[in-house]
Design a protein around this ligand. Structure first.
Ligand SMILES: Cc1cc2nc3c(=O)[nH]c(=O)nc-3n(C[C@H](O)[C@H](O)[C@H](O)COP(=O)(O)O)c2cc1C
Length: 245
């Protein structure tokens, strides 16, 4: 197995960090790795907000569904889908420029996520652990204010990073599904997805008797949850901010 594949296999989310700052050269390499990612039309339709202010980190730890480890992370980056800079440049140099819309948001979101994942891989290679925080897409109105986001700029994901504690290094990585259940050949194979219970039984090592309760509880915790409903409400606001005339 080559070094890169090994690193991808070994990476796991890190949620407790050593209380030491990140070396400046490491931070620079991590951020530069973002820009090396592919982006639609090489437009770089994203902005990375580097959160260095401890008060802001403290606030984000609360607004992102009360996750205190955010406040303790040496690095906190917010990846935003960003059409502001291109749209306004277009307007300065062209007439009848249409407003950014759904397709533009979709591409900008893809750009932001791909860039974010490049930083995760780069960080891992430098011994810097990371964790995505999806909850940055909640409470859009507050985050817009907090981060001075103009129209056509919306948060897509947040990454917290730092050197992992020994306990985190030892923590087992959550198991994955079987690749054959996830890869469908030449079209969607419903029969694969319809055996989700079996997929979960294998991955989570759950008995036939316990699977129904497991799925019921998971639904309650992750899907029918308050945070998930808030995320959907907030994303509707983001859509308006980005796409509405
Ligand atoms: C889009 C996205 C959002 C996530 N949001 C959170 C989060 O808010 N809090 C958290 O502790 N982990 C979060 N995670 C991390 C996942 O829980 C983690 O990736 C998953 O459980 C698999 O574990 P692993 O990364 O250790 O392999 C997020 C991951 C992704 C990709």
């Amino acid at each position: 197995m080559n070094e890169i594949i090994r690193s991808l296999k070994d990476r796991k989310s890190v949620r407790a960090f050593k209380e030491i700052p990140i070396e400046a050269s490491h931070k620079a390499e991590i951020l530069n790795a973002a820009l090396e990612a592919p982006s639609a039309g090489n437009m770089t339709l994203y902005t990375i907000i580097d959160i260095t202010d401890q008060k802001l980190k403290d606030t984000l730890a609360i607004t992102c569904d009360n996750q205190p480890f955010i406040a303790k992370a040496p690095l906190v980056f917010i990846f935003c889908a960003d059409y502001y800079r291109w749209y306004h440049a277009f307007c300065r140099h062209s007439e009848n420029v249409r407003k950014p819309s759904y397709g533009d948001l979709n591409l900008a979101t893809a750009d932001a996520l791909i860039a974010a994942q490049n930083t995760v891989v780069a960080a891992e290679s430098l011994g810097v652990g990371s964790c995505y925080i999806g909850d940055i897409t909640e409470r859009f109105e507050e985050h817009r204010e907090l981060l001075s986001l103009p129209r056509y700029v919306v948060p897509v994901c947040m990454l917290v990073m730092g050197y992992p504690t020994e306990q985190q290094k030892k923590r087992e990585k959550p198991r994955r599904f079987d690749i054959n259940d996830i890869v469908h050949t030449n079209g969607y194979q419903r029969e694969k997805s319809d055996k989700m219970e079996d997929m979960l039984k294998v991955r989570q090592n759950i008995s036939e008797d316990a699977i129904s309760e497991y799925i019921h509880k998971f639904c309650k915790r992750k899907y029918n949850s308050d945070f998930s409903r808030e995320m959907s409400r907030s994303c509707e606001e983001m859509l308006k901010s980005f796409c509405e005339e």
